[in-house]
Structure formats: structure tokens, C-alpha cells
Design a protein around this ligand. Structure first.
Ligand code: ASP
Length: 443
């Protein structure tokens, strides 16, 4: 059974998490290489050399290998969600816990996002980052995209064609399909048990594939981070320092107060162990700026290093990846106050409540891919009568903030997962506490 975090696995212990350290080295080297490329282009803009760096390095090697790495990660999303969640439903049927698990998880995801946006609004009100912003500066107006109406969003959760859902990577639809298949397997006696056993074997194989791809992570991270900094350098601030500072401060506060608070006070788990084991996933999220691309890594860490049973993680992590975006909500809160203040518009209590409600819902609808938060920000701004075109103001610095907030997004998913698993008796404390659990070799 995959239900046990230790099942079918032996656990070699290592004194240090060497893969995490190699990923970190990739990140630092990528940052360095990116800056070297950026400043060599800036210093000699007309030289052949600058064109060569752009063409062969930034748009060549770095683009190609970074994209290949992200594709390899994305490749795992559909098989992982499908197979793992079917196994999870089979396991939770045995403990009759699916409904309870679902409601606890959903409430916690909404609650943490609500806290995140409130914190962001408080920070932005105190520091008023828009006070000194000069709106006479040119900015590219942001082309606002139409959002589908709420009813349509609701209908779209239910797939009419599972193959299409998988081909399009529509995660909510794949989740619904996997839950239905799992329920059907649970109600078809020995036929269901036979097929269920195949899915459990497949689950071990899929997790192994994730581990293999993880071995490439240090290189992937190097190319991804290198490209971002080669294109943008570090003089991104351009007068938006106060805005960036507020977003980063609110993210840091949410990270330390909310997450560590929940882990310590509610789940009674050691937050330092949690953070140390989550580092690899956070670096992935930072490099890819996509919770979806990071999901296989988050899932692996939560199950194998933090000791959460597959029956819980297979449900909560894909769901969290899709609907729980605390970091994104924080950016949206600060951005709303920043834009309002820069336009000289006063926001009252009613507007703040509207922002909290809309940003919490928007976080459900935000796709787990780079810059998706900008699209739903248009909706939040619209709710309080602010011009969505003003998003153009902050677009220039969004990539860096996107990287940081994505790391917060996936950390939130893991915090809620551990908390729910602990309350369900589905977290193996021995694995969680073991500082040396580095890798698990399935099979
Ligand atoms: N990049 C974020 C994520 O994937 C979404 C966003 O805020 O743009 O979690």
C-alpha cells in the first residue's frame, strides 16, 4: 500500500542533504552568471560580443536548457496527480476520511489566504508605498484579459472529457476525475482492488521518475535563474523600491508569523525541521516561478521527508497548488493599496473588505504559472474601481516578486498539508523529526 509513508521504501540516511546544497549552488552560480551577462551587455552595448551573449547564451543555451528542465517537471504533473490521487482515495476510503479531509483542507486554505491578504493590507497602509510614486512616468498600459463568469468557472471544474482535461493540464478537472475513479474502484470489489493495485505500483514508478528528474535540478535552476538576471540585472527597482519592500515584508511576516505559528501552535510540529526540509522545494519555486512546475517536488518532500501519508498529500498538494496562493494574494493586496495611493484614491473599510474577499477568491482562480497573479490582479482592482491598466506600473518588477511569492505559495500548501495530516493521524512523526531523511528509494 502506498498509504504508509514508508511503504515499499527503504531510507538511506545521509549526514547532509547534498542535493539541496547542489541546487543552492546552482541558484547562486546562476545569479552570478546572469549578472555577468547582463553587465557585459550593458557595458558594451554595441560590441559584437553583446549580440553574441544575447543570441547564443541568453536566447540560446540558457533558454533551451531552462525550458527543457521546466518541461521535464511539467511532464510529471498529470501522471502524478492522477495516479497519486487515485491511490489516495483508495486509502482514505479504508479510513472513511475523504469528506472530513476535504473540508478541513479547504477551510484552512481559505483562512490562510484571508490572513495573508489582511497582513498585506496592514503593511501597505502603514508604509504607504504609493505615496512617492510618480505616475507621470511612462508605463506600458496593461491589456486586461476578460475573466469568465463565476458560474462558468464552477461548471468548468467538472470535466466532460478527461483526456482533454489531462492534455490541457487542467488540474481541477484532473482532480475531480481522479477522485471519481478512486471512488468507483472502491465500490467494485475485486475488480477495483486489482486495478487499484496497478495504480499503487504505478505510483511508485512515477515517484521514482520525479526523483530522477530532481537530479537535474542544480543545472535547471542555474539556467533558469541565469536567464532572468541576464535579462533584468538588479537595477529593477526603478522607483518601485517601496512597493517591492512592502510586498517582501508582508511575505516575510506571513511566512514567519502565520506559517511558523500554525506549525508550532496548531500542528505542534517543529517549524525549523519543516523549513529545512522544504528548502529544496522553495528553491525550485523561486527558480521556476510556478507552483505547478514545483508540485512534483513539493509532493515528494511532503511525503518522503515530512512523513505525510500519500492518502492526504495526494489530495492536499494538488488542490493547494491550484487554489491556495497566499503569496499571490499578498502581492495583490499591496499592489491595490499602492495603485490607489499613487492615483490619489482613498480606500475605505468597504473597499478593504472587498479586496480581502476578491483576492481570496482570485487566488483560487489564479493559474499556478509565472505571472498569473497579474491577470487576477486586474479583477481585484476592478472590484474597487481602480484602472487595471495601472498594472503596467508594477509589471517591470513582477518577475522577481513572482519568484519569491511562488516560494511562499508552495510553503503554504505544505504547512496546511502537515497540519491536516497531523490532525488526521496521517503524519509519521519519526520521519518528520529525522534530520537525516534525505531520499527514499521506492521499491
Ligand atoms: N507564479 C505564481 C505561482 O505559480 C502565481 C502568481 O502569483 O503569478 O504560484
Amino acid at each position: 500500500m502506498t498509504d504508509s509513508p514508508q511503504s515499499g521504501a527503504n531510507q538511506p540516511s545521509h549526514p547532509k542533504d547534498t542535493l539541496t546544497m547542489r541546487i543552492f549552488a546552482g541558484l547562486v552560480l546562476g545569479f552570478g552568471a546572469g549578472l555577468v551577462m547582463y553587465y557585459s551587455r550593458v557595458a558594451f552595448p554595441d560590441a559584437m560580443f553583446a549580440a553574441w551573449v544575447q543570441e547564443y547564451l541568453i536566447d540560446g543555451v540558457f533558454l533551451v536548457f531552462g525550458k527543457i528542465f521546466v518541461n521535464l517537471l511539467k511532464l510529471m504533473i498529470v501522471p502524478l496527480v492522477l495516479v497519486s490521487l487515485i491511490c489516495g482515495v483508495i486509502a482514505s476510503e479504508e479510513s472513511k476520511s475523504l469528506g472530513r479531509l476535504g473540508s478541513k483542507t479547504f477551510v484552512l486554505y481559505l483562512l490562510t489566504t484571508g490572513v495573508a491578504i489582511t497582513l498585506a493590507l496592514v503593511v501597505a497602509q502603514i508604509f504607504d508605498p504609493g505615496a512617492g510614486a510618480d505616475l507621470s512616468a511612462d508605463f506600458e498600459p496593461y491589456a486586461v484579459k476578460e475573466r469568465p463568469p463565476f458560474v462558468q468557472v464552477l461548471i468548468n471544474i467538472f470535466p466532460d472529457n478527461p483526456m482533454q482535461a489531462m492534455a490541457e493540464g487542467n488540474m481541477l478537472q484532473v482532480i475531480v476525475f481522479a477522485i471519481l475513479v478512486g471512488i468507483a474502484l472502491n465500490h467494485t470489489g475485486q475488480h477495483g482492488r486489482r486495478i487499484g493495485a496497478i495504480f499503487e505500483d504505478l505510483n511508485v514508478v512515477v515517484m521514482k521518475l520525479v526523483q530522477l528528474i530532481m537530479q537535474l535540478a542544480p543545472y535547471g535552476v542555474f539556467f533558469l535563474v541565469g536567464k532572468v538576471f541576464a535579462e533584468q540585472g538588479i537595477d529593477l527597482l526603478k522607483g518601485l523600491g517601496a512597493y517591492m519592500g512592502c510586498v517582501l515584508l508582508a511575505l516575510a511576516l506571513h511566512f514567519t508569523l502565520t506559517y511558523l505559528g500554525i506549525l508550532t501552535l496548531v500542528a505542534r510540529l517543529n517549524p525549523l525541521i519543516f523549513m529545512r526540509k522544504m528548502r529544496a522545494a522553495q528553491m525550485f519555486a523561486f527558480s521556476t516561478a510556478s507552483s505547478a512546475a514545483t508540485m512534483p517536488v513539493t509532493m515528494g518532500i511532503v511525503e518522503k521527508k515530512l512523513g505525510v501519508r500519500n492518502s492526504v498529500a495526494s489530495f492536499t498538494i494538488p488542490l493547494g497548488t491550484t487554489i491556495n496562493m497566499d503569496g499571490t494574494a499578498i502581492m495583490q493586496g499591496v499592489a491595490t493599496v499602492f495603485i490607489a495611493s499613487a492615483y490619489g484614491i482613498e480606500l475605505g473599510m468597504a473597499e478593504f473588505v472587498t479586496v480581502i474577499a476578491t483576492a481570496t477568491l482570485a487566488s483560487i482562480g489564479t493559474a499556478a504559472v509565472p505571472s498569473a497573479g497579474m491577470i487576477t490582479l486586474a479583477m481585484v482592482l476592478g472590484q474597487v474601481g481602480l484602472p487595471a491598466e495601472a498594472i503596467g506600473l508594477i509589471l517591470g518588477v513582477d518577475r522577481i516578486l513572482d519568484m519569491v511569492r511562488t516560494a511562499v505559495n508552495i510553503t503554504g500548501d505544505a504547512v496546511v498539508t502537515c497540519t491536516v495530516a497531523h490532525s488526521e493521524g496521517a503524519l509519521d512523526q519519526a520521519i518528520f523529526d529525522d534530520p537525516d531523511v534525505v531520499e527514499v528509494q521506492p521499491g
